[in-house]
Design a protein around this ligand. Structure first.
Ligand code: PEP
Length: 250
């Protein structure tokens, strides 16, 4: 399967305000018109309508930071895939380490969320990654393979539709980026696992790197053979930084 363009996805996390969002999105629209890569903004749910309206007619896609595994009902605080669709959401992050850590999301829950997204035409950005303790114990491969295996187990038939994000937990929001070779080594493991699950589609699945990617280190990370884009937290809130990352991918 042919390679897609690179994908640069911003994860605003729980940041934003109506005024600041408008300034940020307008700057991105101006700076990223006609870029040769895919760009998504994963914004907090209360801002879907605002950002949807700002992005209308542009190449930039709207994304969510989570999605419910359930279609509707008594799940206080959750948002269903159908609700996200109503706001034109095209991507949903699932299994971000902050949700695994603070909300107890299991591999099985993450797989079910990916399935809900796929069933509704939303591309799940499935996050996997090891903690520092797991890396130091030599468990990196085992951890990321277990996390991805759960998603493949439930969604193997449409594996070509997912995006994977390798996000070493020790690199998220810490300013400590994985060295390009260190990231590439894990991406190659994930690619091989995808190949094993669906050989004809593995090359076409985008595997993003996330974890303190910034304007200075993006180009080298994005030049690695199996790094097909980035999932960017902190730097996605600053238009000049995010635009430089987009430029590095394009
Ligand atoms: C993230 O939240 O997915 C992330 C990678 O954050 P940061 O870029 O701030 O490390």
């Amino acid at each position: 399967m042919a390679k897609h363009a690179k994908l640069i996805a911003g994860n605003w996390k729980m940041n934003g305000a109506l005024g600041a969002n408008e300034t940020l999105v307008r700057a991105l629209l101006e700076g990223a018109a006609n870029v040769a890569c895919d760009v998504a903004l994963c914004v907090p749910a209360p801002y879907f309508a605002q950002v949807q309206s700002l992005l209308t007619g542009s190449q930039l896609a709207l994304g969510a930071q989570d999605i419910s595994a359930h279609p509707h009902g008594a799940f206080t605080g959750e948002q269903s895939a159908a609700m996200l669709k109503e706001f034109g959401v095209r991507y949903a992050i699932v299994g971000h380490s902050e949700r695994r850590q603070y909300h107890g999301e299991t591999d099985e829950a993450v797989a079910a969320k990916a399935a809900a997204a796929l069933a509704n035409g939303i591309t799940p950005i499935v996050c996997v990654g090891e903690t520092l303790a797991q890396r130091e114990a030599g468990q990196t491969e085992e951890v990321v393979k277990r996390q991805l295996a759960a998603v493949i187990h439930v969604n193997g038939h449409c594996i070509s539709e997912i995006v994977v994000a390798y996000e070493p937990v020790w690199a998220i929001g810490t300013g400590k980026t994985a060295a390009p070779g260190q990231a590439q080594a894990v991406h190659a493991v994930l690619r091989a696992q995808l190949h094993h699950a669906a050989s004809e589609h593995a090359a076409g699945v985008r595997i993003l790197y996330g974890g303190s990617m910034n304007a200075a280190n993006a180009a080298e990370l994005l030049a690695q053979a199996d790094i097909d884009g980035g999932l960017i937290g902190g730097a996605s809130l600053k238009a000049p930084d995010f635009l430089q990352i987009i430029a590095a991918a394009a």
